[in-house]
Design a protein around this ligand. Structure first.
Ligand code: FAD
Length: 439
């Protein structure tokens, strides 16, 4: 039995605490063991005492625009786990408490009784509160719930295909954009808001949406079988890969050690924790400039560390020039990260060829992305950049396997392109399944 499972009576009703999913059910409908009625007999005080023993105490430390925090809360909501939510972007004392508890300057931090879970650790949350339903067979299995996967999901759902989407988060990279100005129909919209609209549309259809990580996929007779990190297996007649990209690393010593301790790959999540502090952003593209501009409104001082020169759209370059508290260091390569528990300085080699030390409280990495194809292990053909090679209709080298969005060899990486390709491959998948059902 899982940690917070339990059953207790309450007057003429029975409280069912299965996986923390508290709800009132009629006693006669319930075939589970109950605590004798004499223990509680309507006494609310005693009821709460028993309840608190049976239920885990869950606290989620989060910030307002952190998508991983939203995922963690969505996971707990889906599994009916009550929790207290604390916004550490607003409450500085709570932020200090969270940093002391977790040793992290990054959100989310989830405290389950005495256990501190750092980040949105879907594997651990699934172990604590998830279910392990396996054995269902779907028409289509979609890996990834970014713009490509969610759009593919809507098209599959509307074609009445039995569809499961498995993704580590809902929204993908678009969640990390502070403001999107090139998605048709919206003059300007925060990435989080746009992705909420995508998610809402998916949820109107009969589609299973699983927060999990696919770790491998194999051909199993006529089906494809995907295994996840929480040990679930999902089978389907066709697959759509839409797992996008992941951020590149700096490639300097101790990088992992400082992640969440001054080093961040998610400025929209962790930015509010650096109010009035001194930060740096690494990178010279659109994302880096956008982050530097946004952080200039939160932090005291912002340094932009650019390896070569700025290669961003003029709109961001012009905006950067208007910010007085941003200093740009061109031709600068970070050579080391320093600090005891938390990152407190970086060293970079600048124009002169000499090493320069910069004291700071936080460093945001915005240096580009790598395709999430490490889970494929020879399953489909990749190109030289390790992207999934697709034809103009999203077919991969394996019949019945399709791909869309940033994970593919399609050159331009944009939300509207990923979404369009998601729609395209869903229609191709439908055609493939119809043809196969006639065989
Ligand atoms: C900071 C930033 C700003 C941007 N601004 C803009 C902009 O203004 N306009 C624009 O058009 N584009 C913008 N982009 C680019 C845009 O976000 C991407 O092109 C788009 O999100 C790609 O969509 P996708 O669905 O292909 O992949 P992604 O968005 O990367 O989604 C992939 C999904 O797959 C999941 N996943 C990965 N691996 C696995 C696995 N093994 N198992 C399960 N799930 C997995 C991920 O968690 C994610 O949910 C921006 C990107 C960033 C980072």
């Amino acid at each position: 039995m899982k940690k917070n499972q339990g059953y207790l009576t309450c007057g003429t009703f029975v409280m069912s605490g299965i996986k923390g999913n508290l709800g009132l059910v009629r006693k006669e409908d319930c075939d589970v063991p109950v605590i004798p009625e004499s223990l509680v007999t309507g006494q609310i005080f005693l009821f709460y005492q028993i309840l608190s023993v049976l239920m885990s105490k869950v606290t989620v430390y989060s910030t307002q625009h952190c998508q991983y925090c939203r995922m963690a809360k969505a996971f707990l909501d889906k599994h009916g786990v009550p929790y207290e939510s604390i916004d550490v972007g607003e409450d500085e004392r709570a932020a200090e408490k969270m940093i002391a508890l977790s040793g992290q300057r990054g959100v989310p931090v989830i405290v389950v009784d005495d256990e501190v879970i750092v980040g949105f650790d879907s594997q651990r949350l699934n172990e604590l509160f998830g279910d392990t339903t396996t054995g269902d067979t779907y028409d289509v299995l979609i890996v990834g719930a970014g713009p490509a996967g969610l759009t593919a999901g809507v098209y599959c759902g509307r074609k009445m295909l039995r569809t499961v989407i498995i993704s580590e988060n809902i929204g993908g990279q678009a969640l990390e954009s502070w403001a999107i100005e090139n998605y048709m129909g919206f003059r300007i919209i925060p990435g989080e808001d746009l992705m909420k609209k995508f998610e809402e549309q998916v949820r109107t259809l009969n589609i299973r949406l699983e927060l999990d990580r696919v770790t491998g996929i194999v051909k199993d007779g006529d089906l494809f079988a995907a295994k996840t990190i929480s040990d679930q297996v999902f089978k389907a007649r066709a697959v759509i890969f839409a797992q996008g990209n992941k951020p590149k690393k700096l490639g300097v010593a101790n990088e992992e050690q400082y992640l969440g301790r001054g080093l961040s790959i998610c400025s929209t999540c962790d930015g509010p924790l650096y109010k009035g502090k001194k930060v740096a952003v690494v990178g010279g593209g659109n994302s880096a400039l956008q982050t530097a501009v946004e952080m200039s409104q939160i932090a005291r001082e912002v340094s932009l560390i650019v390896r070569h020169e700025i290669r961003a759209d003029p709109v961001y370059v012009d905006l950067l020039k208007t910010k007085k508290n941003i200093t740009v260091f061109p031709n600068a390569q970070i050579t080391s990260l320093e600090g005891e528990k938390f990152l407190s300085s970086i060293t970079f080699r600048g124009d002169s060829g000499k090493d320069q030390k910069l004291q700071l409280d936080g460093l945001f990495i915005e240096i580009g992305w790598l395709p999430n194809t490490d889970i494929l292990d020879g399953f489909v053909a990749l190109n030289e950049k390790k992207e999934i090679a697709v034809d103009c209709n999203g077919h991969t080298s394996v019949p019945g396997v399709f791909a869309a969005g940033d994970v593919t060899s399609v050159k331009s990486k944009q939300i509207i392109i990923a979404a369009g390709d998601g729609a395209k491959v869903a229609l191709e998948t439908f055609e493939y399944l119809v043809a196969r059902s006639k065989d």
